[in-house]
Design a protein around this ligand. Structure first.
Ligand code: XLS
Ligand code: CA
Ligand code: CA
Length: 444
């Protein structure tokens, strides 16, 4: 990445490029574990982790919540939306290059602005895309993915692709089409669909079958359009069980994968797994990652964490090394993220109001994943855990168990074996494995 781009002014004065200083450094504005060029198992840390900064949280979310107004002073604020968007782009690229995430992600309306009417929306977005392209070229920062916000505007209160009104479905298609045009211009590597309003509140007013079919057709058409204009990347569906809608159609990884298969989208679509969405669905982060990996559909990751006591989508920065280790175990065994990355879909807390807090939050997340990567790599190299799991299924590696896996037994033969089966109790040894994991984490 080239030296940071500074526009007309510096938005984060006093903060220099964040460097790796190692674990003994006392400097909070330095990486203690993330060493971009360090080789782990034949790949640099940067190539394993493929970090991205999220435009919406970092440069748009100013601390406003349902109970209070903005707490953060964003010097790129401006009453003129055009001037604001341009200043925001400068601030974003200054931040991203000072921090050193190779990628970024955005929604259409994070970077651009709606304006008056649909035509102006398209014009504004293309203008902003030109600015973003200039800044990508000047810095070497790349677009991991963009997406369209088809959930905030009141017109989407009953859904976008699943709206009962055809007009609104088409208005959302205009946003997705424009985002795909912009994606191709910016060389985006993926495109995300998150269906926050694709779902329903009550079956009393909803034809669920029809809505899901509309969504399937809409995604196939978007795919066809994207391919036609030269989009070579992966389309990603981001599951979330609820919030803002009560029943969201992409509930979790398994639901999204079934949907992808039902509508024949598996050659173009994968999943973007967000940690906090998995936990909101009652799963662990590594569960949803593993479901995708097992199906060959692990596309990308929104790296954050929830609050374990309330279960909401609090989008905190990931600091729990236990969780990052477990996630990196799945990712490493998957052969990496391939074209995906780790996007910090995370926000600092509302009362973390110093500009440096935005850096500290990301540094913590990057260090937590760097540690997770190193520990997961050690676990896999050591082989003890994998050997344990392999051995647990040894009864399927020979004899009748092997015949069953190979499809050489019928149900009657299973039952016949059942007549003389010994059925010994074999411990799952979860406590031993928990302790072993702690040994790896704490370096014993
Ligand atoms: C909201 C989602 C959203 C998607 C992109 O909960 O995480 O931010 O990642 O629209
Ligand atoms: Ca997300
Ligand atoms: Ca979230």
């Amino acid at each position: 990445m080239k030296d940071y781009f500074v526009g007309a002014r510096e938005y984060f004065p006093g903060i220099k490029k964040i460097q790796f200083e190692g674990k003994d450094s006392k400097n909070p504005l330095a990486f203690h574990y993330y060493d971009a060029d360090k080789m782990i198992g034949g790949k640099t840390m940067a190539d394993h982790l493929r970090f991205a900064t999220a435009y919406w949280h970092s440069f748009c979310a100013d601390g406003t919540d349902p109970f209070g107004s903005a707490t953060m002073d964003f010097p790129w604020k401006d009453s003129d939306p055009k001037a604001k968007a341009e200043k925001k782009a400068d601030a974003a690229f200054e931040f991203i290059t000072k921090l050193g995430t190779p990628y970024y992600c955005f929604h259409d309306v994070d970077a651009s602005w709606e304006g008056e009417g649909a035509e102006e929306y398209v014009r504004n977005y293309h203008l902003v895309a030109k600015w973003l392209l200039e800044r990508q070229k000047a810095t070497g920062v790349k677009l991991l993915w963009n997406t369209s916000n088809v959930f905030t505007h009141p017109r989407y209160m009953n859904g976008a692709a699943t709206n009962p009104q055809f007009d609104i479905l088409c208005r959302s298609a205009l946003q997705v089409k424009t985002s795909l045009d912009v994606n191709v211009l910016l060389g985006g590597e993926n495109y995300v669909f998150w269906g926050g309003r694709e779902g329903y509140m009550t079956l009393l007013n909803t034809d669920m079958k029809r809505e899901r079919e509309h969504l399937g057709r809409y995604l196939a058409l978007a795919r066809d359009y994207g391919r036609k204009i030269g989009f070579k990347g992966t389309f990603l569906i981001e599951p979330k069980p609820m919030e803002p809608t009560k029943h969201q159609y992409d509930y979790d990884a398994q639901t999204a994968i079934a949907f992808i298969r039902e509508f024949g989208l598996e050659n173009d679509f994968k999943c973007n797994i967000e940690a906090n969405h998995a936990t909101l669905a009652g799963h662990s982060f590594d569960h949803d990652l593993q479901v995708c990996a097992d199906n060959g559909l692990l596309g990308s990751v929104d790296a954050n964490q929830g609050d374990r006591f309330n279960g909401w989508d609090t989008d905190e920065f990931p600091t729990d090394v236990y969780e990052t280790t477990r996630a990196m175990l799945v990712i490493l065994r998957n052969g990496g993220l391939h074209g995906g990355g780790l996007n910090f879909d995370a926000k600092r807390r509302r009362n973390s109001t110093d500009p440096e807090d935005l850096f500290l939050a990301h540094i913590g997340g990057m260090d937590a994943f760097a540690l997770g990567l190193e520990i997961a790599h050690r676990i896999i190299e050591d082989g003890k855990l994998d050997a344990f799991v392999k051995d647990r299924y040894a009864s399927f590696d020979a004899g009748l168990g092997k015949d069953f896996e190979a499809g050489r037994l019928d149900f009657q033969q299973l039952a016949e074996h059942g007549l003389r089966a010994e059925c010994k109790l074999v411990s799952g040894k979860q406590e031993y494995l928990n302790n072993l994991l702690n040994d790896y984490l704490f370096g014993r």
